[in-house]
Write a protein of this length. Structure first.
Length: 349
């Protein structure tokens, strides 16, 4: 595939548009909280909700009824204008590029709250061509409305073709913020035989060989999403952008939601989507590092002030590589501590 030269890659795509970021802004993004903005009752509480989450996202795509598409767009704009989001990110998930609503979504939002918007989440991204189109369009709106900072793009990985092209999507533009796994649409795209929004399936398992005594055979459920999540994490990490787990639809099963989120956290994800207020505490718990892990990581950094050599701590060998792992945990804890005084106390920061 033909790619731009490095200098061209970082050039604004419209005269008067701001320079693309060379590095992503450093932001704590443990949960992307989805708000249905066509519902006045929910919108009215966004001012109280905003300080309790890292990102508020106004959802315009799936889950918004066709007859409420316009109300959702208008509601998101009204909410964006009315609320002071402070340090909380303001995102929107626009309708898909092939839908009758995308162009009006982006035109209205950029014209009215482009200056407050941080990230546009683009669903059903199939390849870099989708990112290039949105990239150019955003640059034109940024120029038209003299916006001082670039708006970032977050892609949802939720089609088989998108998964095939994940690496070229991740590197399509300096505007790329990150990517979320969309297990519901991806399941449909792959013709998986499930009816769930994320999580495991009891029938996706391996079974031990039969034994001569006929004892019950051990069975272990496998993770349906491991392959895709790992592929996405590598593509994002290599491109210097952020991977996220997406939605977990069974609100009543908090333990399964927590397990899904924790697998994503351990594998390298920065956060996950929260679809219901009950999932906010789960995401906060999972995507803020464990205080005991932070304490151990601090001991590694203290034992190896310049990050080199080898030392033993509690019988375990530490070297440059564990120092780097420890630094990731301590840096994240610092970000969390700056936002959450209670966790700051637990971390001793
Ligand atoms: C596969 C995908 O694309 S996933 C992404 C798309 N899906 C979404 O965005 C769904 C977002 N969530 C929602 O729309 C709602 O949670 C629903 C419609 C699924 C369920 O809503 P309800 O039936 O009202 O749930 P429930 O009765 O448990 O809600 C409890 C309270 O939380 C509020 N609430 C529910 N979800 C949210 C939310 N996402 N954000 C803020 N408040 C919410 C309700 O309004 C209700 O408030 P009240 O006590 O003042 O009446
Ligand atoms: O949009 C999310 C999904 O899982 O589909
Ligand atoms: Mg989807």
């Amino acid at each position: 595939m033909t790619t731009k030269t490095p200098r061209q890659f970082f050039r604004p795509l419209a005269i008067g548009a701001p320079e693309p970021f060379r590095e992503l802004p450093l932001r704590l993004e443990r949960m992307i909280h989805f708000v249905p903005p066509h519902l006045e009752k929910v919108r009215a509480k966004v001012g109280d909700l905003a300080p309790t989450v890292d990102i508020v996202l106004g959802n315009l795509e799936d889950a918004i009824p066709v007859e409420a598409k316009q109300a959702a767009r208008d509601g998101f704009i009204a909410m964006g204008q009315a609320v002071d989001f402070g340090k909380t990110g303001l995102w929107t998930r626009v309708n898909a590029l092939n839908s009758p609503w995308f162009l009006d979504d982006i035109t209205a939002i950029m014209g009215q709250i482009g200056g407050k918007l941080d990230v546009v989440m683009v669903p059903k991204v199939e390849g870099p061509w989708d990112i290039h189109y949105v990239d150019q369009l955003l640059a034109q709106f940024e120029a038209k409305y003299c916006l001082p900072k670039p708006i970032l793009i977050h892609a949802i990985l939720e089609t088989a073709e998108g998964v095939k092209n994940v690496e070229t999507i991740a590197t399509a533009s300096p505007r790329m913020h990150g990517m979320s796994l969309g297990p519901a649409d991806l399941a449909a795209s792959r013709a998986m035989k499930t009816t769930r929004v994320g999580g495991g399936h009891p029938e996706y398992k391996v079974i031990a060989d039969p034994t001569s005594d006929g004892a019950p055979r051990a069975v272990a459920q496998q993770d349906l999403w491991h392959y895709t999540l790992a592929k996405m994490v590598d593509a994002c990490a290599a491109a210097g952008i952020k991977p996220f787990y997406g939605p977990f639809g069974d609100f009543a099963d908090e333990a399964a939601c927590e397990a899904q989120f924790r697998n994503a956290f351990l594998l390298g994800c920065a956060g996950a989507w929260t679809l219901h207020p009950s999932q906010i505490a789960i995401a906060k718990r999972v995507f803020s590092p464990d205080p005991a892990e932070v304490a151990f990581a601090k001991r590694i950094l203290e034992a190896m002030p310049d990050g080199s050599g080898a030392v033993m701590i509690d019988g375990k060998m530490q070297d440059d590589a564990t120092w780097k792992q420890a630094k990731i945990i301590v840096d994240l804890a610092r970000q969390v501590a700056a936002r959450d005084p209670q966790l700051a106390a637990h971390y001793g920061m």
